[in-house]
Design a protein around this ligand. Sequence first.
Ligand code: CUA
Length: 193
Amino acid sequence: MSTTLSSSPSPASGPEGVAVAAERRWAVVVALIIALLIAMMVITGLHWASMPPSRVETVDVKTLHLQGEFVESDLGTTLGADGKVTVRLVAQQYSFAPQCIVVPAEMPVTFRGTATDTIHGFVVGTTNANTMLVPGFVATFTTSFSKIGEHLMPCHEYCGTGHEAMWARVQVLPAQEFLARARNGERLSCVAR
Ligand code: CUA
């Protein structure tokens, strides 16, 4: 009985059967790839919705110049009691506050920034210090600088007619020099005293 079945011509045997089997194999492979891609989209989508790539931290644009860490007197570089270096800055059309930022070399530096009017951004020279500044949100990242000297820090998000003239400077000091100047417990400015 079984011998008759296998030898009898049917769609599942002969060259046609081989082709059908091959097509079915490819259909399964393609279906698996599509299922994998959809699973990746769903899983990464859900994962990022609950844990975005950068923490979501909001700030009230209407009051940030009056209270909180972004008041003008608190902008710039500070050395905390815990030895951590933090740079706070605000972007607006068409300048950064402060206009010049002092940071130490070879030490972790945490940037915290926001914008008051529209989306801005900055990159420090050719380093990897690079972020967008979005009104209502605090952008933060930690990096360290290896090249001592002055870097240009242009705005890199088109923000209006004055965009190309919007830039600040970053002075990278040797860590010892930075620490010597920071001991006073004041905000650091680019002007040597
Ligand atoms: Cu600010 Cu472009």
